[in-house]
Design a protein around this ligand. Structure first.
Ligand code: HMG
Ligand code: MG
Length: 299
């Protein structure tokens, strides 16, 4: 069966904007986030407290958090890699964070300058202190299907990192298909293996990139396994010009079109959301890659 309702974890302001060449002014980011909330999104990943040299697009995290409106009932998680990031997030009044691990050594090294073991050691005090402060903690596991340097990633390798992350005390685990190579059978196999290892669908989210056009099929496979939290990016922004992936995250509009067609509630007002993505596309200087945004625009 399929769920009656799906929670969309909107990542456009973070995963989308971190991968765009253009650096968007902080006032436009704040307006983007406000418009996403107005379109009905209830979880909006706002930014990252990472090293500004690593992700200059999000170097304005403090200023954004100080100036943006936080709407009633909306959650604004931020990415935090280490204790320095946690200190910054706490100082900004954040109540939800996400740590981000890799299923492969190659990407752990490139993304965090650490081995997998070292990155888990880095996260342990972050999760511990976050929970002492009453924060909700999500964990990502990137390269959960394939890796550009290592090829297909064995399911057992993902399960091992996932279990260690959940043992640290994280509440939700998002399975990242960072380069978009996964297919529905692989999704079903991975969720099955995680369930057997004690990380059930009620604690999972899926994070698909649409590089190979598989994101919606993969999402449907995950929903059939009992997953009810899906990550997506408004307008599908985030195509990284420097990485292997030519396209960004699954577009929120494409996801909403499918879910509403299936009679699944999301709380999202699709025309309002598509208008927001067209507005952001004008700021980024390129059309939205979302098929649904394009189709609605040509009407
Ligand atoms: P490092 O160079 O090993 O850092 O980077 P370090 O711990 O050696 O510290 C070096 C200096 O950086 C120190 O300053 C620290 O204070 C400073 P110094 O003492 O030399 O003056 N520093 C910081 N400054 C501000 N904020 C911080 C911070 N941390 C250290 N948080 C580090 C290690 C983790 C910091 C770095 O690798 C980093 O920032 N990585 C982030 C990379 C990133 O954001 N990637 C994108 C997100 S992951 C993703 O997109 C995938 C996902 O979408 C899911 C999917 O698609 O699969 C989530
Ligand atoms: Mg991503």
């Amino acid at each position: 069966g399929l769920p009656e309702r799906v929670t969309i974890h909107e990542v456009g302001p973070r995963d989308g904007l971190q991968n765009e060449k253009a650096i968007v002014p902080v006032a436009d980011k704040a307006e983007f986030i406000a418009r996403l909330a107005d379109a009905g999104l209830r979880t909006i990943e706002a930014t990252s407290f990472v090293h500004p040299k690593w992700v200059p697009q999000l170097a304005d995290a403090e200023e954004l958090l100080a100036t943006m409106t936080r709407a009633e009932g909306v959650r604004y998680p931020v990415l935090v890699p280490n204790e320095r990031g946690l200190d910054r997030a706490l100082a900004s009044g954040i109540t939800e964070i996400a740590v981000f691990a890799s299923a492969t050594e190659s990407f752990a090294r490139r993304n965090l300058n650490r081995t997998i073991d070292e990155s888990l050691e880095m996260f342990a005090p972050v999760v511990g202190r976050a929970r002492e402060n009453g924060l909700w903690v999500r964990a990502y596991v990137s390269m959960a299907f394939g890796d550009p340097w290592e090829g297909e990633v064995p399911v057992e390798q993902v399960v091992s990192v996932a279990v260690r992350l959940m043992d640290l005390g994280c509440s939700q685990l998002s399975l990242g298909d960072t380069i978009g190579v996964g297919t529905p059978g692989h999704v079903t196999a991975l969720i099955g293996a995680l369930t057997e290892a004690g990380v059930g669908a009620d604690r999972l989210a899926v994070h698909f990139h649409d590089t190979y056009g598989q994101a919606l099929a993969n999402t449907l496979a995950a929903l059939r396994c009992g997953v009810t939290v899906v990550d997506s990016s408004a307008g599908g922004i985030g195509g990284c010009p420097y990485a292997e992936s030519a396209t960004g995250n699954l577009a929120t509009e494409d996801l909403v079109w499918m879910l509403h067609g299936l009679g699944i509630e999301t709380g999202v007002d699709l025309p309002k959301l598509a208008a927001t993505s067209r507005w952001m596309a004008a700021r980024l200087g390129r059309p939205s890659p979302s098929r649904v945004v394009q189709a609605l625009s040509s009407k």
